[in-house]
Design a protein. Sequence first.
Length: 232
Amino acid sequence: MDDIYCCRICGEAAPPIEGFCEEIIGYRLIRDPWADTPSFLDCNLHFSCLEESGNRDRFHSEFLRFVQAGHEEIEGPDGPLPPLTRMGLGMFPVFSGDECDIFQSRVSDRWAVVRRTGPWLGLGLSQLRVIGAGGVPVSPSDVTRYRLPADLGDQVGDYDLPGLLGALGVTHRYSDPARLARVEYRFVDYYPPKRLLDYVAAVPLDLPEEARGFLAAHAQTYKPVTFDEQDV
């Protein structure tokens, strides 16, 4: 069985860092174009691997459908019966350009920027407002938990991000050193028995210029989602 914490494409360690590597959770029921037999993705993906993959167009088409779908029945890996129910993100398209498409949630202040080469970014209201003010949006400072493929010892808490990726042997999968240097990485905790690493990585989000231009204008007229008390 493949290690779900390793990249589905190259098989190497893949700690999630927004804009560089993301997790796809199995219950999302996104079809796996890299599988020898019909299956669903439950793994991490290096965006550099995705962009170089010969299956990226198949993945992109599947991912775009998932982003826009609500509840839908899809065929399972063993055939049409019984069908599986997939819950998509329920977004609708608001922009289509040469490099990317942008989708907006129908029920919350959320957007997805999906590059035509495969990678994607999620944005919230705070990031939209930063873009509208001409600034560089940064990913949320949430704690990420990642199971290391091997124990790196007590020094794991002393690594900066390049040091961690170097120890895992995957620096080359995470773009250029200049981009990595802009990521604010912070070690939180490590549980050796299960090799569980907790960390925070606040990433300045790299958006195509066409996306930045659209979102900057969009931010000037966007009204945040509100709910009446009777809708709660």
